[in-house]
Design a protein around this ligand. Sequence first.
Ligand code: FES
Ligand code: FES
Length: 162
Amino acid sequence: MAPDRHDIKLSVNGVSYRRGVESRTLLSDFLRHDLLLAGTHVGCEHGVCGACTVLLDGAPVRSCLMLAVQANGHELSTVEGLATPAGELHPVQQAMHDHHGLQCGYCTPGILMTMTAFLKENPQPSEHEVREALSGNLCRCTGYQNIVDAMLAAAQAMRAQP
Ligand code: FES
Ligand code: FES
């Protein structure tokens, strides 16, 4: 392996991958181009918009601010892993659909991943807490109200799950 390439092994949505990557490859590019998981979107590419948010060992991270080599040995979750294999939507996805929480959808994967982690830690959030949790994810279309409504509904649905 060339000196600037590294063998990495990681799990994404429960599937193990082993790949050679360049030192400089961003995690967002690795997911989109090497693993063809293009559901993770890239907006600003400098940590501001939140579109590229994925979960690293359950915690939200901005994949445009991480190198692929830094994910070596870790477990990642992306938007592709939210629905069940049978196609049943995760409560956050279902609620976004039901409450019209998206328009162009560019910001949506990042919002879904951010809020999945948030609602797991905060099952009964207030509207203010939901707004705070969303504050690192920029949406240029919706005005946020429907996203907030969706996330409050998702929290309720997740609490009702067995
Ligand atoms: S693309 Fe990563 S935060 Fe905007
Ligand atoms: S729905 Fe278009 S940026 Fe959020």
